[in-house]
Design a protein around this ligand. Sequence first.
Ligand SMILES: Nc1ncnc2c1ncn2[C@@H]1O[C@H](COP(=O)(O)OP(=O)(O)OP(=O)(O)O)[C@@H](O)[C@H]1O
Ligand SMILES: [Mg+2]
Length: 165
Amino acid sequence: MRITHRSENAVSCCTRSAAETQALGRALGAVLAEGDVVAVSGPLGAGKTCFIQGLARGAGVTDNVTSPTFIIHRQHRGRVPFHHIDAYRLCGGEALLEAVGAELFSEPSIVGVEWADRVADALPDERLWVDLRYAADGRNVHVKADGTRARQILSALELSDDPGD
Ligand SMILES: Nc1ncnc2c1ncn2[C@@H]1O[C@H](COP(=O)(O)OP(=O)(O)OP(=O)(O)O)[C@@H](O)[C@H]1O
Ligand SMILES: [Mg+2]
């Protein structure tokens, strides 16, 4: 992947394959701990599931993480419980809390949310925001840290910059 920007509260990079999108997720998942929330956004087919598959792997999940669109919420066992939410069918934070339970974000677990922009008002203020966009050579991925803990995660994130050709 090619890193195009890195600061205390943001990282931007370009992933040129699904494997690179997963690798970025895995690197982030490796530095997450219980209580961390990763909000993922981007248009249809941008790579949100792909990224969360990597995130789960990095967080120690060994079973298969698939797209839960029709299910909304799946729980996996990792270093700590890992929750995968797909908010595609939800409109607003209230619908999310109704679907998954209001206590989800106060549990000692890691939560990854696809289509997080649809339920943003229910997400904790402390979170990482990952936005994926189509680019000519793959996907532009922008990672933004909201809050002290999120900035700490970002500073621990180890990425190898491969500028490619
Ligand atoms: N950097 C990349 N370059 C090219 N293809 C990619 C890249 N990252 C992911 N993909 C591919 O994009 C496709 C869509 O991925 P994925 O299903 O993860 O998207 P999604 O955002 O979850 O889709 P949906 O909006 O349906 O939930 C997959 O075929 C995946 O392999
Ligand atoms: Mg998906």
